[in-house]
Design a protein around this ligand. Structure first.
Ligand code: MLT
Length: 338
């Protein structure tokens, strides 16, 4: 990826020189493209709107960031590829869709590691978050410059109320193409169906799959209540959805524009936490008023937690950067090491 970035950079500089514009080409007003995986009204969209507003303001109105919601610019995983090649400027997507390109971000996707919004904020804003920013630049050629906080991924389905792992058996559940999530469902006793986000609504509608998991806010903004009836309030992954910029695009900007990108990303991140705090309960209520039934997992989720952590954590120590990395995270969160 590093190599690709170098090529992208050399090409963009030589193109500028060829056309006699030199560095001035990079200072021309530009409208940057921002891919947004989810629909309008989603936490991703909310973060994107704030980013776009602050970025425009910080560049004195010279540059803009235009949002393309609902996967218009491709599936979330494709947008990582495109940004890495420098053919897309920005993307906002679920972290689980970055993990295949930069496995160490999987530490945020391991089941039952992050247990609240405060913990998500603490980790993403601290040294672990910074390390993951550096790793994704190195591994995937994209730079995380903002974090959307979307809440816990809860399990929805069209068939029946699910409270226990016994209830889950026989239900066909779509998951992202993410090994950690696939293995979590396997630990719970079923073989999930890996599928891109862009295909999920139709698959639920046509009953190719019975269910899926995503935060309340995403289920609401994607109108999944039209095709799903039951929600199980599991708390296995707290959904974090980074805003990434193509590293080659970022490096082509002047220090002033780079600064504006970073500051707008920070402002949007702060806004995202506030938005989740203010909106999640309202959204949950609205899902019920639209006919959804929400159940808590039985016995405080005990069997779900035990099965997932025992089977999945050890399997991914290497890919997240070692068991020590997980222990560091657990220590930072004030929990016992493994
Ligand atoms: C997924 O399930 O693939 C993602 O969580 C979708 C999203 O970005 O909301």
């Amino acid at each position: 990826m590093k190599y690709k970035n170098k090529i992208a950079k050399v090409l963009s500089v030589s193109t500028a020189v060829m056309f006699g514009a030199g560095l001035s080409l990079m200072t021309e007003a530009k409208t940057f493209k921002v891919a947004v995986g989810d629909a309008g009204g989603s936490p991703q969209h909310e973060l994107g709107k704030k980013f776009s507003e602050v970025f425009k303001q910080k560049t004195g109105g010279k540059h803009k960031a235009k949002l393309f919601v609902n996967g218009q610019l491709g599936s979330e995983q494709d947008t990582v590829n495109d940004a890495s090649m420098g053919t897309l400027d920005f993307s906002i997507l679920a972290i689980n869709n970055i993990t295949p390109f930069s496995p160490s971000v999987g530490v945020f996707t391991l089941p039952y590691v992050i247990q609240s919004l405060d913990e998500a904020v603490e980790l993403t804003q601290g040294e672990v978050g910074q390390e993951l920013v550096e790793n994704t630049v190195r591994d995937a050629g994209v730079r995380i410059i903002g974090w959307t906080y979307s809440g816990f991924r809860v399990l929805s389905n069209s068939k029946k109320p699910i409270k226990t792992l016994a209830d889950l058996q026989g239900v066909v559940v779509r998951v992202p193409k993410n090994e950690i999530m696939i293995d979590t469902y396997k630990a719970w006793g079923i073989n999930p169906t890996p599928m891109s986000w862009a295909e999920t609504f139709t698959a639920l509608q046509q009953q190719v799959v019975d269910g899926q998991d995503n935060p309340y806010m995403t289920i609401h903004s994607m109108k999944f209540y039209e095709v799903q009836k039951y929600i199980t309030n599991v708390r296995y992954i707290f959904s974090i959805e980074p805003l990434i910029v193509s590293e080659s695009v970022f490096q082509d900007q002047s220090p002033k524009v780079q600064q504006a990108i970073i500051e707008a990303g920070n402002a949007a991140t702060k806004h995202s936490a506030t938005y989740l705090r203010e909106s999640e309960a309202v959204i949950k209520k609205d899902l019920v008023s639209k006919g959804m039934q929400i159940d808590d997992p039985a016995n405080g989720e005990k069997e779900w937690i035990e099965k997932a952590t025992q089977a999945v954590w050890p399997k991914f120590y290497d890919s997240i950067g070692g068991k020590d990395k997980l222990n560091r995270v657990l220590r930072l969160l004030g929990r016992s090491e493994v």
